[in-house]
Design a protein around this ligand. Sequence first.
Ligand code: UTP
Length: 276
Amino acid sequence: MIRKCLFPAAGYGTRFLPATKATPKEMLPVLTKPLIQYGVEEALEAGLDTMAIVTGRGKRAIEDHFDISYELEHQIKGTSKEHYLTEIRDVITKCTFSYTRQVEMKGLGHAILTGETLIGKESFAVILADDLCDNDSEAGGVLSQMIKVYNKYKCSIVAIEEVHKKDTNKYGVIDGEEIENGVFRVSDMVEKPDPENAPTNMAIIGRYILTQDIFDILKDTKPGKSGEVQITDALLEQAKQGNVVACKFKGKRFDCGSIDGFVEATNYFYNREYNE
Ligand code: UTP
């Protein structure tokens, strides 16, 4: 059973400078909610209640967000504004949070390895909060869809989406055999391939379920593209043993690590919340 969700949140978020100079990228709000809260709510919806967050310098606001602000609570208690805190109070009540710091930014794979101390010896989920996903009305959240697939195959699971061929150089891209509708046994994975070298247009998005052996593999994974330890390289080792399954998810995803995706998400959630 998957209980824990790891949030690698140590990146610099340079594409959002200067906003991210003193504010973590994960705290940028889409409407009134910071990106990371959407991620935590998705994990909760999937039945996970233990949140493990890998932070870095300048990320204190994340810890403060998932804590009680006594002064603020006191100030608005009993007023018409109190309902603004309902959702975050609910999140704080339902889950626990633990934190560790990635001291040097050596890539996503290294950030996940840094989280080993919070995860221990069990399979776990990973959410990259800057990939913001909206639930499918029937299938539920992306993570809960992936957990169903994990419960069947008991191996690492990646969520995939078909992207324009010209965009493969922004993603890890998989190749594999379709074993049931929208589910693939992964045979190959390439990190950010140029379109002409991409095996397919099936791109990995920021949702993973990883089996615990990933940590030992990451310890032996050499820095790859751009000198960073890539999770794709470690997953490829598992894939060679037939232990990675990819699933096409139902629902919408926004790349909120980019300006275009962030604006698109804001418009989408605004229209849903206020215009319907
Ligand atoms: P990105 O590739 O989006 O990098 O990281 P970034 O630093 O956050 O953003 P830009 O490119 O400078 O604008 C993908 C995810 O991996 C985490 C990030 O926090 C983000 O959630 N990450 C990346 C780490 O936690 N540590 C790292 O060393 C690198």
